[in-house]
Structures are given as structure tokens and as C-alpha cells.
Design a protein around this ligand. Structure first.
Ligand code: FMN
Length: 334
């Protein structure tokens, strides 16, 4: 039986659902080429941060006006950021190069939290040839005067404004911490989002007890983390008609199968690639194909969404009943 792994994501035709997610490996032509050869059907470049773009625009103003505008707080992290993602100018070059040399969709990524002086940059990304833009919205609420609804509005407005500026599709990568994801997803759809990427990992800082300072901490994901996206994609799939991508904890072919069953159009992995190399993609693709062959699926349409909340045999397993069952079925080992 011929197995067809092709899928549509953000209106783009992908040869398989396997996307190399934004991470250091998608930041150079050499490693992008290795990812493509191993089976990536698309890649998301590392994010460019709105602070970097704003900083660059300020630098331009400064040079033009000979106006010594210093921003000491940025001195710390811009050189580091620029070596992570090549900086705003280098980013456009990487994008154009990737488009020239690789026969797969290249998705650019912008990380921001508000409407700011970087909308123009999104236009430059489009001009440089990006097939789509992934908008990673990362806002940490610290002000008790700001309601969840007003934060949701900021997210939605960001999408609305970018949608007016751009012709390429926009995917929105968000974290899981919203009071009502279905409500936000619905608002995103109405604002014109073409897809949602679930979920961004909010990397909480640790405390260095010697220096008494918060320090950044990053651990790669484990397969357990995928369950969060599985639940929410299962719930959202029946409510929104846009593309959904699962990210966070995709390490095996079974993780890919589960993501498709709940209704994902694509899966995006980073940790598995960083820990085991680009070859993981070949393993995921071959494993997905074997699973489909064993279970008599010829294409992804036949399995996609068959375990969404409305279609699965036990929807209560996605909500409160799951919690009660999980607690009562636990057997202490001591
Ligand atoms: C070292 C590292 C760098 C990352 N950089 C970015 C980034 O620039 N932009 C972004 O949206 N996500 C970034 N991510 C998140 C990944 O794209 C991915 O969504 C997340 O790690 C969950 O997938 P995983 O479990 O396969 O790692 C990064 C992850 C890692 C581990």
C-alpha cells in the first residue's frame, strides 16, 4: 500500500507533517540542509525578538541624526541575541539564502508581546521570501490591574495588524496559560490567523543561591510534555477550522501519530533534534509510515482528528473526569 504523508499547513502543501521547530539548528544553511535531507518538510527559523528589531531601528535613527541615543539595558543581551539569530539584517540574508538553496517552505519567526516599532520588519521578512510567519507572542503579566481579557486583546490586535500588513500566512505560537483557549482561538481565527502552534514552552528562571539572582534555565523537553498539546488540540480541533501544529514533547513516531489523531496538521520538534540529531526526522517519518501501514491508513486525512473531543469514544477523558480517575487510580509504591 502506498502511504501518502502529505499535509496542508497554513495553506502550504507539505510533503509530510514533520517541521523543524525554531531552535539553533534552524539558524544556519548547513544545519537546515541536514534537516531537509533527514526529512524535514518545513523549517521555522529561530525567532527574531522585537527588542532587537526596535533596537536596530533606533540605531538607524541614531546614525542618521548623529544623536547619541544609548540604551544601556540592551547592551547585555543584544550581542548574545545577535549571535543566536544573526541579528535583524543577517536574519533576512539567512531567510533569502534558505529560500534559494532549500526546496521546502521556510517559516520566519518573530517573538514579541505588543504592537511596536517592528511591524515594518515583518514586511521585510515577507519580501525576503518567507513562506509564512510564526508569531511567538510571549507576554508575562505582572500588573494586577491588567485583566486576562485585555491581554487576550493585545494578542488578537497583534494578529489583526500583521494580517493587514502581510500577504503570507501567519501562525501564532502561544503558551498554554489562558483561562479559555477556545475563546482565544476563536478570536484569533476572526483576526485572520492561519494557524496556531501549541504550545510555546515558558521557560521559568531558577535562583542562583550564591549570587541571589534569577538565572535562565533551559532543559530539553520530555515526551510527557506532549500531553498538554494533545488535550488542547483535541478540544480546539472541533471548534476552529485553521491549521494546528503540535510542539513540545515530540520525540517518537507514536508522538507524531497521537498529534495527528487529535487533529494536528503538523508537528514541530526541537528537543529531539538537539539531543539526537537531524536523523530523528527520518526515524519519525519511517515510524509514522509503518504505523499507518500496520493500521491500514493510506493518508493523513483518514486519521487526522479521529480522536478529537467530538470524535473520540470517551470525551470525558479530556476534562474533569480524567483528573478524578487519574488521582483515584494511583497506587503509592511505598
Ligand atoms: C535551545 C532552544 C531554542 C529555541 N528557540 C526558539 C525560538 O527562537 N523561537 C521559538 O518560537 N521557539 C524556540 N524554541 C522552542 C522550540 O521551537 C519548540 O517549540 C519547543 O522546544 C518545544 O518543542 P520540543 O519539545 O520538540 O523541544 C527553542 C527551543 C530550544 C530547546
Amino acid at each position: 500500500m502506498m502511504i501518502d504523508l502529505s499535509t496542508s499547513y497554513l495553506g502550504l502543501q507539505l510533503e509530510s507533517p514533520l517541521i523543524a521547530s525554531a531552535c539553533p539548528l534552524t539558524g544556519s544553511i548547513e544545519s537546515l540542509r541536514a534537516l531537509r535531507q533527514a526529512g524535514a518538510a518545513a523549517a521555522v527559523l529561530p525567532s527574531i525578538f522585537k527588542e532587537q528589531v526596535e533596537h536596530d531601528e533606533m540605531e538607524i535613527v541614531r546614525m542618521l541624526d548623529f544623536w547619541a541615543l544609548s540604551s544601556p539595558e540592551s547592551a547585555d543581551y543584544f550581542p548574545e541575541l545577535n549571535s543566536y539569530n544573526t541579528g535583524p539584517a543577517g536574519y533576512l540574508d539567512l531567510l533569502a539564502d534558505a529560500k534559494r538553496h532549500l526546496d521546502m517552505p521556510i517559516i520566519a519567526s518573530l517573538n514579541g508581546d505588543s504592537l511596536a516599532g517592528w511591524i515594518r520588519y515583518a514586511g521585510l521578512i515577507e519580501q525576503a521570501g518567507a513562506d509564512a510567519l510564526e508569531l511567538n507572542i510571549y507576554q508575562i503579566a505582572t500588573d494586577p490591574g491588567m485583566s486576562g481579557a485585555s491581554i487576550d486583546d493585545t494578542y488578537v490586535q497583534l494578529v489583526q495588524v500583521l494580517k493587514r500588513e502581510l500577504r503570507i500566512p501567519i501562525a501564532v505560537k502561544i503558551g498554554p496559560f489562558f483561562s479559555s483557549l477556545p475563546h482565544l482561538a476563536d478570536a484569533m481565527v476572526r483576526a485572520g490567523a492561519d494557524g496556531l502552534v501549541l504550545f510555546n514552552r515558558y521557560l521559568a528562571p531558577d535562583i542562583d543561591l550564591e549570587d541571589m539572582r534569577f538565572i535562565p534555565a533551559l532543559e530539553l523537553s520530555t515526551p510527557d510534555e506532549l500531553r498538554l498539546a494533545l488535550r488542547w488540540i483535541a478540544i480546539l480541533r472541533d471548534n476552529v477550522q485553521i491549521s494546528l501544529a503540535a510542539t513540545g514533547g515530540i520525540h517518537s513516531a507514536h508522538d507524531v501519530v497521537k498529534s495527528l489523531l487529535v487533529g494536528a496538521n503538523a508537528v514541530a520538534c526541537a528537543s529531539a533534534l538537539l539531543s539526537r540529531g537531524a536523523g530523528v526526522l527520518t526515524e519519525l517519518r519511517d515510524g509514522l509510515e509503518s504505523w499507518m501501514r500496520e493500521h491500514d491508513y493510506a493518508n493523513l486525512e483518514q486519521l487526522r482528528g479521529s480522536m478529537s473531543m467530538k470524535k473520540c469514544p470517551n470525551p470525558e477523558g479530556l476534562i474533569r473526569a480524567n483528573y478524578m480517575k487519574a488521582l483515584t487510580s494511583y497506587t503509592p509504591s511505598v
